[in-house]
Design a protein around this ligand. Structure first.
Ligand code: AMP
Ligand code: FE
Ligand code: FE
Ligand code: ZN
Length: 309
């Protein structure tokens, strides 16, 4: 079955590919995407999408522009966020998406600012490490490349410019991934706290690209459900149909909304093109209804713990 067809075949023997109109996982220059919010929305319209979720890392600064461009071009932009967190016992990381966040809330913005400040310090230290190893990359250049939230992808681009890596994944493999010479750990954030942070802005928390997370069904999901998790990203860009089916079963077991998208950052970052993964209309309906429901509840009071970096 082509990856653009809905899982399960939907009873259509002819197995016709279904046009994708929804992509709930995209990034812009507000974080580590290559296209501005307006350009991203233009590309979405060209790809025939009616709805995108913009989920920049630790920032909502691209949302107003994207929503405005979407209004003009007939693309609905769902306000979102992606927050990277750490699993316990060095088991790697987990990314938390938040949809329909009320991003104007001052306390929410203060928390995001704190996460971005921690990113700046981390990226600066990573550049120091690279320089200590004799590589000619500068913090000034990395800051120039990053128009918004700074991240390892921007350091990667600075390395590529100087010929130290052939592309972004090469830069990660050589220098930037966990265990590699320039790696510095992130501000430690528990996935539960990312769920609470999203809930504090009455958003819908969704665990991103979860296929490789150890003990997903027996440990993490029960703990996150307790904290308020409401969705699981099942239809993720690179996942094969078996993986999607496995995640859909987990979402069913835990009553989570199955969401999905490409994780589009622009060319040469992630392999899936914008709108390159089928996401059913029903996912969007459930997400929207849950967002509306959350907005009827009082916002949870929550402040992030201070960084120790
Ligand atoms: P950071 O948020 O600074 O820790 O950087 C993590 C981001 O870098 C992820 O959200 C991805 O967009 C990107 N990334 C992580 N690992 C890789 C990799 N191996 N190749 C390309 N991009 C990556
Ligand atoms: Fe990213
Ligand atoms: Fe992610
Ligand atoms: Zn992402």
């Amino acid at each position: 079955m082509p990856s653009s067809a809905p899982p399960g075949g939907g009873g259509d023997e002819r197995d016709l590919p279904v046009a994708t109109t929804i992509d709930l996982h995209t990034h812009s220059t507000a974080s580590d995407g290559l296209y501005s919010p307006t350009e991203l929305v233009e590309l979405a319209q060209e790809a025939g999408l009616t709805t995108i979720g913009l989920v920049d890392h630790d920032t909502t600064n691209g949302l107003d522009e994207a929503i405005e461009a979407g209004r003009e071009l007939g693309v609905t932009v769902i306000p979102g966020i992606e927050i990277n967190t750490d699993l316990p016992h060095g088991q790697g990381d987990a990314h938390m998406l938040g949809y329909f966040v009320e991003y104007g809330r001052p306390a929410f913005q203060r928390s995001l600012q704190m996460l971005r400040d921690a990113r700046e310090r981390r990226a600066e230290r990573m550049v120091e490490r690279l320089r200590a190893q004799g590589l000619d990359v500068t913090w000034e250049r990395v800051r120039e490349i990053a128009q918004g939230t700074v991240g390892r992808p921007h350091i990667a681009r600075a390395l590529i410019e100087k010929g130290y890596a052939s592309d972004v994944s090469d830069a990660f493999d050589r220098y930037l991934s966990r265990g590699k010479p320039a790696y510095i750990p992130r501000y430690k954030l528990a996935p539960e706290d990312a769920v609470r942070l999203i809930k504090s802005a009455r958003g819908v928390p969704v665990l991103a690209h979860p296929a490789n997370i150890p003990h997903l069904g027996d440990e993490l999901l029960p703990a996150l459900l307790h904290a308020g998790l409401q969705g699981l990203e099942c239809y993720y860009g690179e996942y094969d149909e078996l993986t999607v089916e496995r995640l859909l079963r987990l979402a069913g077991t835990f009553g989570l909304i199955p969401t999905g998208g490409s994780d589009y950052h622009g060319p040469n970052m992630h392999p899936t093109p914008l709108g390159g993964r089928y996401v059913p209309e029903d996912s969007l309906d459930r997400l929207r209804r849950t967002g509306e429901f959350n907005h009827k509840l009082p916002a949870l009071d929550f402040t992030l713990p201070e960084p120790t970096l």
